[in-house]
Design a binder for this molecule. Structure first.
Ligand code: UN1
Length: 476
């Protein structure tokens, strides 16, 4: 049984969970301890106790530690990427790419520790100086989804530690192996007891304990909108700082003047890579009349060449769906779409491969309209819809007609439309002639409307959530 890391020790537990490979359900990756509520509490207590000394620890020490963690992840990116793909189901190149991204994030925040900022003011009263600085918030409770088993944990853990917070890290119970391997790297880098804690387990027990503990001053959550709302309600009720990253129903607008191969590339990558299991996935392909038929034809051609198979097999483009529950949800939405009158132009078939896994071919709906459930609700699978519109203005209005506002994109060769789109799309992120997924690690990440709540993640903007502003007056 792989153990949790609590208060500087690896601890067993009475309960454990089997970690199953979604590409091959006969492959048991390992058995992982489920932290109890008491153990979660113990982790929170340890983090609380460690905070005063960690928040005052020398910045050189913190910087080197984060940089060393980044170097170690980089040195082991192949092995970590393989483990990640084995338990999550994204392809091996995607898994290795994600491990590499996590390494870069740790190294970025290693350097960021040294870029301390502050302000100095004369007081409005004579003889008094005012300094404004930032300090760590306290214990950061980090609650993670399964779809990016190492990148999203890295972009929460690294800034939390960099700015002097102590961490209680709850990975998704579907992907404990990568989390455990990353925790080993963090522990081996010499992190002091209590500063970093790994508590694997379920949301109802471990997650709820973190969210409701008065000793957890900051809660950062990435996951579904439903869980996000309940995390927010509980955490705000006790005045904790919160940061939520939730769903998306991201539009990719394709205009008449688009370069067709670019449009198809962006749509295929954005909608179907990582099996469409990204909150930045392009699930609504909003296409103007003049290019619509050519676009759909080229999409179907390209999709028919995509290989859906075992995540670790060379040549696989699309790995399996994460588990049976998600597969059921995807299949349900395929039925919902058909019931709403959409045309299934390609895919959406549950297929058998050499190994027993959750295989679903990428699906493209056409003849859909934006009011359909398949265009309003997040599916989180390899399913996208084409929405036909007459011109740019209708495309933009349709793109904005959603409760979500995370990512967005436009494919066009017109500077006028590209500029207008960037200004007027209601989303935290926009891409011109690029897929809506696959973000850089050194710039802010987050959305508007129901997609996100609280300060942005990543880059120097991460400081906003993981620090608090302090104003000090001094009379000489
Ligand atoms: C990306 O598109 O590179 O869960 C990152 C998600 C997002 C991360 C997307 N929080 O899909």
């Amino acid at each position: 049984m792989k153990k949790n890391f609590i208060g500087g020790e690896w601890l067993e537990s009475d309960h454990a969970i089997d970690n199953i490979n979604p590409s091959d359900t006969s492959d048991l990756i390992g058995t992982y301890a489920l932290a109890s509520i008491a153990q979660t509490q113990q982790a929170i207590d340890a983090a609380h106790t460690a905070f005063p000394s960690w928040s005052r620890s020398p910045i050189q020490q913190r910087s080197e530690m984060l940089d060393n963690i980044g170097n170690e992840i980089l040195a082991r990116k192949q092995q970590l990427g393989e483990l990640l793909s084995r338990e999550e189901g994204k392809t091996l190149p995607e898994g290795i790419g994600e491990a590499t991204r996590a390494a870069h994030i740790f190294k970025f925040f290693g350097a960021q520790v040294l870029r301390q900022k502050g302000d100095f003011f004369d007081s409005v009263r004579p003889g008094i100086d005012v300094t404004v600085t930032r300090t760590g918030v306290g214990v950061a409770g980090l609650i993670l989804p399964w779809n990016f088993p190492i990148a999203i944990p890295a972009w929460k853990i690294a800034p939390a530690l960099a700015y002097g917070n102590c961490v209680v890290f709850k990975p998704s119970e579907l992907v404990p192996a990568t989390a455990h391997a990353m925790a080993e790297i963090i522990v081996n880098a010499g992190i002091p007891a209590g500063v970093f804690n790994l508590v694997m387990g379920h949301g109802e027990s471990v997650g709820a304990t973190i969210v409701n503990s008065p000793k957890v001053q900051a809660v950062s959550f990435t996951g579904s909108i439903k869980t996000g709302r309940s995390v927010a309600a509980s955490a705000v009720a006790r005045m904790a700082k919160i940061q939520l990253e939730m769903g998306g129903k991201n539009p990719l607008v394709v205009l008449d003047d688009a370069d067709l191969p670019t449009a198809v590339d962006c749509a295929v990558q954005g909608a179907f890579f990582s099996t469409g299991q990204r909150c930045t996935a392009s699930s609504r392909l909003i296409v103007t009349d003049g290019i619509h038929d050519r676009f759909v034809k080229a999409m179907v051609e390209r999709m028919s060449s995509l290989v859906t198979d075992h995540a670790l097999k060379a040549g696989t483009d699309i790995g399996p769906v994460i588990d049976q529950r998600q597969l059921d949800q995807d299949l349900k939405y395929l039925q919902v779409g058909l019931g709403e009158g959409a045309n299934l132009a390609y895919g959406g078939e549950q297929v058998a491969r050499d190994a027993p896994g959750f295989y679903l071919t990428p699906a493209l709906f056409t003849e859909t309209d934006n009011t359909m459930r398949i265009n309003q609700e997040e599916i989180f699978g390899p399913i996208a819809s084409v929405i036909r519109v007459k011109d740019y203005d209708e495309a933009l209005a349709t793109a904005n007609d959603t409760e979500f506002g995370l990512s967005s994109g436009v494919v066009t060769t017109s500077l006028k439309y590209a500029s207008d789109f960037k200004r007027n799309i209601q989303a935290g992120i926009s891409f011109v002639n690029l897929p809506t997924s696959g973000v850089d690690y050194h710039v802010p990440f987050g959305g508007t409307k129901s997609s996100s709540y609280g300060a942005r993640e990543q880059g120097q903007y991460a400081e906003e959530f993981y620090t608090t502003v302090k104003t000090d007056y001094t009379r000489a």
